[in-house]
Design a protein around this ligand. Structure first.
Ligand SMILES: NC(=O)C1=CN([C@@H]2O[C@H](COP(=O)(O)OP(=O)(O)OC[C@H]3O[C@@H](n4cnc5c(N)ncnc54)[C@H](OP(=O)(O)O)[C@@H]3O)[C@@H](O)[C@H]2O)[C@@H](O)CC1
Ligand SMILES: Nc1ncnc2c1ncn2[C@@H]1O[C@H](COP(=O)(O)OP(=O)(O)O)[C@@H](O)[C@H]1O
Ligand SMILES: [K+]
Length: 478
């Protein structure tokens, strides 16, 4: 599990650790870790051209100390000080002692740098980058250098991933003490590149993380193989209410995903019965109502089912049960017309909107996706899985996950139906809803990555590659 900690949490931990340490120790740890990552990325130091963009705070101090270490190893390091009179004094002294050069932006050689270190601003970020920082970032971006951000890409807000204006488009971010949510969610994720976490010893004093990201190892226990005493009912039966006579595809994909995730027993009810039966003879299919399907431990309702009166009554029927329910797609449109169907429930409900569906339910997502998911979950007392390139899951108690798997190739029709099926299967095991949603998003993303290895993927590829995805996860090969 990767804990995601806010700026305030990191600062509080820093204060607590600093109380027992000589001044500057944490910054030394940060700078050493930063220089080590840079050396690893460059492969060598001698003769390498490095440009530091140095702001007025400790973020700039980290860059200067790391620049000093690189200079000691033979790199040709130049620092551009955004506010020369306020640059970190200790860092600047160390940098000069190591042979570092201070220059105006025009003379810094950004056009031929091998590496640009962004130490403009980190945790202290407020708003989009101001001038002259913004123009410097544009010049760095136009040059050939590898773009490495110190702690956070400047211009990214640590807690939310909001990018209110200009920002440093890092290829790598070396972050200190804890991963900040802004590096893995929203627009910030796209600015951060590969994130490297440097341990500076905050671990023991960090508060409970504001949000979490699952790893492969975290999901594997929930994808366990059957035990000798298992039977087809014992591992959770999922019921799928998806697709329609006109649109059987969503029913086929959603049901297929469920049966490929946990093939104990899957039941289907709906007007796509014929198509589902033909595609998945393993599934118990009825063309009738949910009540005709037989007993299940969780329902998935909505993909491709339409929004007519029949669909609305099917939705109302399952939401009136005391079973966990995943509501997706057309089901969400119907819930936006009758939110009380969810608000009045006591059993777990997971809503799985993309941004437009979210807007119909709760108003615009906005730039703070963590806050949006939490707001929706609190409003209806449910779990919200807000889809995107970094899917966010939040429940009404505020438990929050940010998904770390996936690929933009998933932006194709029907992949959401597959996610709903995977989620239904995981939820039927009795796992708490937010955790089930986070596990499902992780597995879905891994299936997407696997399918994308062989070119453009379509939703059916995800279903086809699910067994291999699960096998790889279990084998620890991710
Ligand atoms: N906490 C820890 O555990 C550790 C923290 N460490 C490091 O300290 C960093 C935090 O340092 P920090 O608090 O000095 O703030 P920092 O990010 O340098 O920014 C402050 C300056 O930025 C400026 N500025 C703000 N917004 C701006 C904008 N939009 N556009 C342009 N400029 C803007 C603002 O300028 P001003 O508004 O004052 O003119 C202010 O002076 C942290 O990220 C990590 O790298 C590590 O060394 C060790 C462990
Ligand atoms: N750019 C992207 N990067 C990563 N994943 C994406 C991207 N765009 C969409 N996805 C994922 O693809 C799926 C699309 O779901 P959805 O919009 O409901 O599709 P559909 O309704 O056609 O099935 C979601 O799991 C979402 O997180
Ligand atoms: K930075």
């Amino acid at each position: 599990m990767i804990g995601l900690h806010t700026a305030a949490q990191v600062r509080a931990a820093e204060q607590s650790v600093l109380a027992g340490l000589p001044a500057g120790v944490l910054m030394q740890r940060a700078a050493t870790g930063l220089a080590t990552v840079c050396l690893g990325l460059l492969g060598r130091a001698h003769g390498v051209r490095v440009v530091l963009l140095v702001g007025s705070g400790d973020n700039g101090g980290d860059a200067l100390f790391a620049g000093a270490l690189l200079a000691q190893r033979g790199a040709r390091v130049t620092a551009v000080l955004l506010t020369p009179d306020r640059a970190h004094a200790g860092g600047l002294a160390a940098f000069r002692r190591a042979g570092g050069r201070v220059a105006e932006a025009a003379d810094a050689g950004l056009h031929r740098a091998d590496l640009v270190l962004d130490g403009i601003v980190g945790l202290g970020s407020a708003g989009g980058l101001r001038e002259p920082a913004a123009v410097l970032v544009r010049e760095a971006t136009a040059g050939p250098g590898l773009l490495v951000a110190v702690d956070l890409p400047s211009g990214v807000l640590a807690d939310t991933g909001e990018v209110p204006g200009a920002a440093f488009p890092a290829q790598h971010t070396v972050t200190f003490g804890a991963v900040k949510p802004g590096l893995v969610v929203g627009a910030g994720r796209r600015q951060a590149g590969t994130v490297h976490l440097v341990d500076i010893g905050l671990g023991p004093v960090l508060a409970e993380p504001a949000a979490q990201q699952l790893t492969d190892a975290d999901v594997v226990p929930h994808l366990d193989a059957p035990a000798p005493d298992d039977d087809k009912y014992s591992r959770g039966v999922v019921g799928v209410l998806a697709g329609s006579a006109t649109y059987p595809g969503a029913g086929v994909l959603c049901t297929g995903a469920a049966v490929r995730t946990r093939p104990g027993l899957v039941r289907y009810a709906g007007t796509a019965a014929e198509g589902v039966r033909a595609a998945w003879p393993e599934v118990i299919v009825t063309a009738g109502r949910p009540g005709d399907a037989g007993r299940v431990q969780a329902w998935v309702v909505g993909p491709g089912m339409g929004t007519d009166d029949d669909a609305a009554s099917v939705l109302a029927e399952v939401l009136a049960t005391d079973l966990p329910v995943v509501v997706d797609a057309d089901g969400l449109t119907l819930v936006s017309q009758r939110p009380e169907l969810v608000a009045d429930r006591t059993a777990p409900t997971v809503l799985t909107p993309h941004d437009r569906e979210f807007a119909r339910l709760f108003g615009e997502v906005g730039t703070d996706r963590l806050a949006a998911a939490r707001r929706g979950a609190a409003e209806l007392g449910c779990t919200v899985l807000l889809k995107g390139d970094a899917t966010v899951v939040a429940d009404a108690a505020g438990t929050t996950f940010v998904n770390g798997t996936g690929t933009p190739w998933l932006a194709t029709a029907g992949t959401g139906d597959v996610l709903a099926g995977i989620l239904g299967a995981v939820l039927a095991t009795g796992l708490p809803a937010a955790e089930a949603a986070a596990v499902a998003a992780h597995v879905h993303g891994r299936a997407g990555q696997l399918a994308a290895e062989q070119g453009p993927l379509i939703a059916g590829d995800l279903v086809r590659r699910l067994p291999e995805t699960l096998a790889r996860l279990r084998a620890g090969a991710g």
